[in-house]
Structures are given as structure tokens and as C-alpha cells.
Design a protein around this ligand. Structure first.
Ligand code: CA
Ligand code: CA
Length: 342
């Protein structure tokens, strides 16, 4: 199985990574000035850009509450599919797949309730509406749409590599550009590697939240997949605490982990029109996914490969990240959106 990046690290399972610290009362919340992703300046640049392209972001995770008032206008719609007629109108092999697909139950039911908090939270970070109260996502939901691909579920957030591979193939076949993967496994099959390696999408992957004691480790030495995959179309993200250090629970790796982004004590959407704080690299990866989508939308002169280069070459360097990440820095969306291609 594959696990979401909360819960224990599976031996032969893919899973959501264990969520990071959940006893927020014990966290020292002394933020340090300038430890932020520089989003307001990036939004200014974005708003001054006239020509924007539409970007589709696939979220392979739990399901997403597509009825959430902060998300309902951000959800990808399969225009070639007629809802509810029990016919596969677009002939893509999936019946009534209007917003995505549930690869766990093999159905078009993409929100099943509380177990979909993890995916709903990431979705909000990426693309919650800007001007309706609640929270603001990194990207503008006018130009960025979220494709909902539920491949993990249950109380532990488990899934199978086969479901994830099928979701990756669905995403690409149905027009996704960028794909968020906030899960991991200590095992990897050749088929799973190939699905990522051979995809034209840009993948943004969570580094994982440490061992059973939630202490981060070096994933160059003890690989976690897909975070440790060395491909050009993968960006791996560690969890930066608001003091400019990696969160203690965040995995690291001078080769495998590209950069860090805020992931601890992140407020975002959860099912039932609600909001909650969550922590972990699963929350850090969507920050970079959202940034990639925002920049790809505004910078129609850039390829997805350029987007990766833009993000990694403009990081805000921080001493504690040196030797723990390939770039030695944290996400700087403003610098990345202004990046000049040589
Ligand atoms: Ca269909
Ligand atoms: Ca239909």
C-alpha cells in the first residue's frame, strides 16, 4: 500500500505520511520575520499579467469536498462528460467522471466524507477562492482548476500502487499539467517509477514526516517513494517551521529534497464547509504545487520544466536548510514568478 503522509510509514504500503505534530499547544509559535513565501508580491505581479493560461492541477490523495464554499469554483470540470446519465460520454473509460474519479471504489464518488480531510486541506492551500472570506489559496481559481483523484482512503489513508498509477494515467490523459503527491511508501515498483518518469506532468511530492517517533530522516540514505525519485519532473518538498528551520518531523536529503515550504500549523479547508489546522510535509507540498500553478498560468512563455527551474533557482536561502535540501532554501513565489530564462 501507499500511505498519505500521516500515520505510520508502511513497510509495503503506500500511505499518507504521518501528520506532523498535532499537539499544537506545545509548539513555540514565535515566527521569525521574512520566513514566508512572499506571496503578496507574487499576487501583485500575477494581477498585472494580462495573458494567463488555464492550468489543471491533479490532486492524487483522498477525495476532496467539492461542495466546500471555498473550493466549489476551483474544481476541474470534464466538459465532455454529461453528469448522471450512466454513460461514458467522452469514451475515456470512466462513466460520469465529471470532476475526477475515485480509484479506491472505482466510482465517480470523489468525496466520501471525513476521511477526505487530507485531500480537501491540500486543495484549499492550492486554490481556495480569494475573495469570499474563509482562506485564500495560492492560486487564482479563475485560471487554475483541481482534478480530484481519490486513490487513498480509510482511517489510515491507505491506497495501492496500482490505484495511484491508474490515477496518474487518468490525470495525464485528461489534461492535467501539475500533480500533487502528498503520500509515500518505503517500497517502489518499476511500474510506479515508470508512471512518474514517463509522464509529461510536473509532480510535486511531500518528503515525508519522519519515523515512528515523528523524527525526520535522510531520504537520500533511506529512500521514500516517490519523494526520493531522481527524475527531472519531480520536485520534493520538506516542511519548514515558521522559525526558518525544518520541522523536526520533516524528512530531508541533500539530493532528494529540493526545497522547503511552510507545512506546520497550516489552516485550510476540510469537509463539511469547515476549516482546520494540519501539519506535515503533506501541507508543504501543496504550497509549491500552488506556486507552480500560479506561475505556469501567468508565464505562458515557460514550460513545466522551466517552472521547476524557476522555483528551485530562486529559493530564499536559509542556513539551516543547507545540506538538508538540494537548494538550501525555501519557496519564494515572488522571485520565482519574476524568474528570467537565460
Ligand atoms: Ca468519461
Ligand atoms: Ca455521463
Amino acid at each position: 500500500h501507499i500511505y498519505l503522509h500521516y500515520g505510520e510509514n508502511g513497510i509495503d504500503d503506500i500511505a499518507l505520511p504521518p501528520l506532523g505534530p498535532d499537539n499544537f499547544e506545545s509548539i513555540n509559535t514565535d515566527a521569525v520575520a521574512n520566513i514566508d513565501i512572499n506571496i503578496e508580491d507574487a499576487w501583485k505581479t500575477y494581477s498585472e499579467t494580462e495573458n494567463k493560461r488555464t492550468v489543471t492541477v491533479a490532486i492524487i490523495d483522498t477525495g476532496i469536498d467539492t461542495t466546500h464554499s471555498d473550493l466549489k469554483d476551483s474544481i476541474w470540470v470534464n466538459e465532455d462528460e454529461i453528469p448522471g446519465d450512466s454513460i461514458d460520454n467522452d469514451g475515456n473509460g470512466y462513466v460520469d467522471d465529471v470532476n475526477g474519479w475515485n480509484f479506491v471504489s472505482n466510482s465517480n464518488e470523489i468525496c466520501t466524507g471525513e476521511e477526505d480531510s487530507h485531500g480537501t486541506h491540500g486543495a484549499g492551500t492550492i486554490a481556495a477562492a480569494w475573495n469570499n472570506g474563509g482562506i485564500a489559496g495560492i492560486t487564482d481559481s479563475t485560471h487554475v482548476k483541481l482534478m480530484v483523484l481519490k486513490a487513498l482512503g480509510g482511517s489510515e489513508g491507505k491506497g495501492s500502487p496500482e490505484s495511484v498509477i491508474e490515477a496518474i494515467k487518468y490525470a495525464e490523459a485528461n489534461g492535467a499539467d501539475i500533480c500533487n503527491l502528498s503520500f509515500g511508501s518505503s517500497n517502489c515498483t518499476p511500474e510506479f517509477e515508470a508512471a512518474i518518469r514517463d509522464s509529461k506532468m510536473l509532480f510535486v511530492v511531500a518528503a515525508g514526516n519522519g519515523n515512528q517517533y515523528q523524527i525526520g530522516y535522510d531520504i537520500d540514505k533511506s529512500p521514500v517513494y516517490p519523494a526520493s525519485l531522481p527524475y527531472d519532473n519531480v520536485i520534493t518538498v520538506g516542511n519548514l517551521l515558521f522559525n526558518g528551520h525544518l520541522d523536526e518531523s520533516s524528512n530531508y536529503g541533500a539530493t532528494s529534497v529540493d526545497l522547503a515550504a511552510p507545512g506546520t500549523y497550516i489552516l485550510s479547508t476540510i469537509p463539511g464547509d469547515s476549516y482546520a489546522y494540519m501539519s506535515g510535509t503533506s501541507m508543504a507540498a501543496p504550497m509549491v504545487t500552488g506556486a507552480a500553478a500560479l506561475i505556469y498560468s501567468a508565464r505562458t512563455d515557460l514550460s513545466l520544466q522551466d517552472i521547476k527551474t524557476a522555483i528551485l533557482s530562486t529559493v530564499h536561502k536559509l542556513a539551516p536548510l543547507k545540506g538538508k535540501t538540494a537548494t538550501g532554501g525555501m519557496l519564494d513565489v515572488s522571485a520565482a514568478i519574476k524568474w528570467t530564462k537565460n
